[in-house]
Design a protein around this ligand. Structure first.
Ligand SMILES: [Zn+2]
Length: 146
């Protein structure tokens, strides 16, 4: 399990392993910002997000949100198929890759295997399928919250 490290001003920085996060707590360079309720690791609540005690200047701060990933798309969409509302296990490219569609947050949506197969290498309009919600570029918090 990964732990998100956020800056002293709450800007997200990067993810570290749980062990690394606990070491940061032990060294008092970070404090727990969000933890799993009812779960302990040693003397600490199990951290999900740790906050740096001192502000760290970073070049990339705020410049971009989380990078696109297939698991990220499914998490963003709550595991719900963007076409039928069923259980999503795949990621569909709204504009298919064969048509120049990119791996981007706004061009991908969680989809169940059936819908993904049915849509194939077509746009939703070509396939006669309608998106139930518009894809968005998620914040870090949206990907971490679940
Ligand atoms: Zn579906």
């Amino acid at each position: 399990m990964d732990v998100l490290v956020i800056n002293a001003d709450l800007g997200p920085l990067h993810r570290v392993s749980l062990r690394h996060a606990v070491r940061m707590l032990v060294r008092r360079v970070a404090e727990i910002h969000e933890a799993e309720p009812d779960r302990l690791i040693g003397v600490y609540p199990l951290p999900r997000v740790v906050r740096l005690v001192r502000y760290v200047v970073t070049r990339w701060r705020y410049s971009k949100g989380p990078a696109w990933s297939r698991p990220g798309v499914i998490t963003r969409d709550g595991g719900v198929c963007g076409y039928c509302g069923g259980h999503a296990t795949t990621v569909d490219h709204i504009l298919p890759r064969s048509g120049g569609g990119k791996n981007s947050w706004l061009n991908t949506i969680a989809a169940c295997g059936g819908c993904n197969q049915r849509k194939g290498d077509r746009t939703p309009a070509e396939a006669g399928m309608r998106l139930r919600f518009e894809p968005t570029a998620p914040s870090w918090a949206a990907l971490v919250a679940r």
